[in-house]
Design a protein around this ligand. Structure first.
Ligand code: AHR
Length: 500
């Protein structure tokens, strides 16, 4: 948590860290990824057979190497909206027998060349050299799909007995169960764009029935309820009806605005969404008289990012060209996750490659977008425990996106958006996003070590982009001796690290 005192812009700002005040554990799973059969995410992104940059499985090695740097703990698959017409059985078995199908979310054709077994293999390769494997997280088809198909998929992945789908997995060359723990009960079933859109009442009844059956088949699964934004009546209803059966509650938010200030402050709406969803979870537990011994239902923010679908339409592949402003928005998003970490069990940036992604491929290599750098820095350093910090500075009080954000930001959005952690290596990590496009802030620091490693992400202008052939926005490393004040450059992310 970060507390905030709003002062006049003329006062010298202050950032104070108290690493002895440990507030909440940060679940590593907040640095999760998401790969959907959409645009060039799977085909041409993760999987590009025949390309000299790919391995013997057709997996792009340069993409793999980049993702290893991010140390992703979990990847959601295969959608997104795609899953609402997906039959997982089309994507297993001999490739030459797999049917091509019309794909109704993004209006393409799905070749089914890449399916469950390829995804699991891809995760195996991604996990090489790691102490813990990268976890799979599958979303179930609540659109055209049936409970029978869903149970068959769980059995295919996790079955250990002499049963049809467990044997089918063995026949396909995978004797051991995959032990897929995370299963989403549908995706955005509230959305008018969704094949099989449901009312909240119908969804809640269906989710409870499916959840019950899946758990009978495999009691070890973690079931994830399909929420909306966290601040919708859908969330309220489905949580109340399903709280007994689910482990996590999924919410999705994408932020974006044309102008820098509404763009960079928009992720603060996600902070309110998390707080609201957490309150709805509390309410559901109270109303349903849930045994306190039942572990807390956590929030699974399994789609988040900066995305303007008018700028980068989904049916055209959703390829955003991110700016410095977007990179700072991503840093604010990640500060939100640290500050609200007590409520979060998982978060998944949408998406992992090419589609609204920090990482792009060409036939010849990869491009790290502006948003790559904050994601890399936070994933590397902002793990462990969130610690107390206080910010005193002026604030932005202008237009916001969404508009309602102005109602909840009573003192405006602080010019310095801050979070702090104590990581397992005994380092304190302080992330400061100066959201101002014009002002550098010379800032008093308290509780900060006298010698810090410093990482800065900035660029020439807030609209600077890395997709024009040069890395206008990247990462600079330095060391600072901190005694009195330090300057946070305009439109920048600065991460300071020191020994606790
Ligand atoms: O991530 C892109 C799309 O955005 C997903 O398919 C969908 O769930 C969301 O609307």
């Amino acid at each position: 948590m970060t507390t905030f005192t709003c002062v006049a812009d003329t006062e010298v700002p202050l950032v104070e860290v108290d690493a002895t005040k440990k507030l909440s554990k940060i679940d590593d799973m907040i640095y999760g990824g998401f790969t959907e059969h959409m645009g060039r995410c799977v085909y041409g992104g993760m999987y590009d057979p025949g390309n000299p940059l790919s391995d013997e499985h057709g997996f792009r090695k340069d993409v793999m190497d980049a993702l290893r740097e991010l140390d992703i703990p979990v990847v959601r698959y295969p959608g997104g909206n795609f899953v609402a017409t997906y039959n997982w059985e089309d994507g297993v078995g001999p490739k030459e027998l797999r049917p091509k199908r019309p794909e109704l979310a993004w209006l393409g054709t799905e070749s089914n060349e890449f399916g469950t077994d390829e995804f699991m293999k891809w995760l195996d390769v991604l996990s090489e050299g790691k102490a813990k494997r990268v976890e799979p997280y599958f979303a179930l088809n609540f659109g055209t799909g049936t409970l029978r198909e869903a149970l068959a998929w769980v059995e295919y992945c996790n079955g250990t007995k002499d049963t049809y789908y467990a044997n089918l997995r063995r026949k396909n060359g995978h004797p051991e169960p995959y032990n897929v723990k995370y299963w989403a009960l549908g995706n955005e079933m509230w959305g008018p764009w969704q094949v099989g859109q449901m009312t909240k009442e119908v969804y809640a009844e269906t989710a409870a029935q499916w959840g019950k059956a899946i758990r009978l088949l495999d009691p070890n699964v973690c079931l994830i309820l399909c929420g909306e934004t966290g601040h919708a009546s859908w969330d309220h209803h489905v949580l109340r009806e399903c709280i007994e059966f689910v482990d996590m509650h999924s919410i999705h938010i994408y932020t974006a605005a044309h102008a820098h200030m509404p763009n960079v402050t928009a992720p603060l709406s996600a902070e309110r969404a998390i707080q609201t969803a957490a309150a709805l979870i509390d309410m559901a537990r109270i109303e349903k008289n849930i045994d306190p011994a039942k572990p807390q239902t956590t929030i699974c923010f399994d789609e988040w990012n900066v995305w303007d679908p008018d700028r980068a339409p989904g049916d055209k592949g959703g390829e955003e060209a991110y700016t410095l402003s977007d990179a700072l928005a991503v840093a604010v998003w990640l500060n939100v996750f640290i500050r609200q970490s007590r409520h979060l069990g998982m978060a998944n940036i949408a998406q992992t490659v090419n589609v609204i992604s920090p990482l792009m491929t060409t036939k010849e290599g990869i491009i790290k977008q502006t948003t790559w750098w904050p994601l890399l820095l936070y994933s590397k350093y902002m793990r462990g425990t969130a610690v107390a910090c206080h910010v005193k500075c002026g604030s932005y009080k202008g237009e916001t996106q969404p508009k309602w954000l102005q109602n909840v930001l009573q003192d405006g959005a602080p010019w310095l958006d801050v979070s702090a952690t104590l990581s397992h290596d005994g380092m304190v990590n302080l992330a400061v996003v100066n959201i101002s496009e014009t002002e550098e802030f010379s800032t008093e620091l308290r509780g900060v070590g006298s010698e810090c490693k410093v990482y800065t992400v900035t660029g020439p202008e807030v609209m600077s982009c890395n997709m024009d052939g040069k890395e206008a926005v990247n990462l600079e490393e330095s060391e600072w001796k901190v005694n009195d004040k330090v300057a946070f450059p305009k439109a920048s992310l600065t991460m300071l690290r020191w020994k606790a």
